[in-house]
Design a protein around this ligand. Structure first.
Ligand code: KG4
Ligand code: ZN
Length: 366
């Protein structure tokens, strides 16, 4: 089964071809450098960039996979969560191609895509397991009971972990996106240089908060001279990173113990972080949990994870119609996708996209 997967939820224009849920044949990511000068993603610029980058990315994904468009079994695309205008470009483009080529369309939740990056990275990763989804937009602990059945154990109450990296990097004036820069700087720093606050909220719970830490850094920086900040940059970065990593590791391990699973997946852009990977692996080994983290290209936003999740959903019978709409605030839940009462939903028996087809009955709530 060959699936084309598209993600345009934020600032990466991504297209990939995956065989089944397991084999990446191509994974093309066009990063939009345009946002660097603003220190963050500018939604309107991102959607315009998707418009010009998406078709070339799709062409190159097909070419690299040596796949003729006719050979595709289905087209999978992120419908949410993400930036509305950005999602719209991906969904409209893929709907048009599906209609023109008479191919089935499968809408994919972006967070479920991040979970399937684990499946692509480790074919032996089978539920149940705990997933820590840490990106620029999300910090979530998910109990993956089965593929398709997810229980959200905790979310962030304010900034996502990646957002905290980006904002602190901006405060430190070290560039954007902040995560990779702070990761790199920290390698030469002492994580014990300063004891920034670790916010555990309810110690028994799985909710996160990073805005207090960000403010502590803001306060600290405001009391230092520029020369002092320059001198201690690596140490400040390492101390900040350690505070984030401590909480992520502790809560992930506690979640795995409380649910009684033996594996933890870390996924999403922040899962590229070297210190997080190292500490998670160490603690996992101590406590007897297998820790899985995908290679960086599958951690940050990419089309292969959407294709893999789409392949799974396609196999389950999900088919979406042309009225599938973007859901910028879509939540990961035990949703039924285009499967209504176990029936393949809205596109008739062939599963091909038809104009006027009914949309799947998605609800944005859990
Ligand atoms: O998953 P992703 O590509 O996009 C979203 O869905 O948000 O994640 C992007 C986020 C950014 O905030 C970026 O700073 C962070 O992931 N990131 C990292 C690292 N690489 C990317 N954070 C910490 N360490 C890294 N090495
Ligand atoms: Zn993401």
């Amino acid at each position: 089964m060959l699936i084309l997967g598209i993600d345009t939820s934020c600032d990466e224009t991504a297209a990939a071809v995956v065989r089944d849920e397991t084999t990446v044949l191509s994974n093309v990511i066009s990063s939009q450098g345009i946002h660097h000068e603003y220190g963050g993603v500018v939604p309107e610029l991102a959607s315009r960039a998707h418009l010009s980058l998406l078709l070339p990315a799709i062409e190159s994904a097909l070419h690299q996979a040596s796949c003729e468009p006719d050979g595709l079994d289905a087209l999978a695309v992120t419908y949410g969560p993400g930036l509305a205008g950005c999602l719209l470009i991906g969904l409209t483009t893929v709907k048009s191609i599906a209609l023109a080529m008479d191919k089935p369309l499968v809408g994919v939740n972006h967070i479920e895509g991040h979970l399937f990056a684990g499946r692509l990275a480790d074919g032996e990763l089978d539920p149940p397991f705990i997933a820590l989804v840490v990106s620029g937009g999300h910090t979530q602990l998910v109990h993956v009971e089965r593929w398709g059945t997810y229980h959200i154990l905790g979310n962030t109450r304010d900034d996502a972990a990646g957002e905290a990296f980006d904002k602190v990097a901006r405060l430190m004036r070290v560039g954007y996106p902040g995560g990779p820069v702070i990761d790199r700087l920290s390698r030469d720093g002492d994580p014990g240089f300063l004891d920034f606050p670790r916010t555990y909220l309810d110690p028994e719970g799985f909710e996160f908060s990073f805005s207090g830490l960000k403010n502590a850094i803001r306060m600290y920086l405001s009391k230092q001279s520029e020369a002092e900040i320059d001198r201690d940059l690596a140490h400040i970065a390492a101390a900040f990173q350690e505070a984030v990593v401590d909480v992520l590791v502790d809560k992930s391990m506690a979640a795995a113990a409380s649910v009684g699973v033996d594996a933890v997946l870390i996924t999403g852009g922040v899962a590229c972080n070297g210190r997080l990977r190292e500490r998670m692996t160490e603690r996992g080994a101590e406590l007897g949990f297998k820790v899985v983290y995908p290679p960086p290209i599958l951690c940050t936003d990419n089309g292969a994870m959407i294709a893999a999740a789409g392949a799974y959903r396609f196999r389950q019978g999900q088919r979406d119609g042309l009225s599938l709409s973007v859901q910028p605030r879509a939540r990961l839940s035990a949703y039924n996708g285009g499967l209504l009462n176990g029936q393949s939903g809205q596109s008739g028996q062939s599963g091909k996209v038809r104009s006027g087809g009914q949309s799947s009955n998605r609800s944005s709530g859990p």
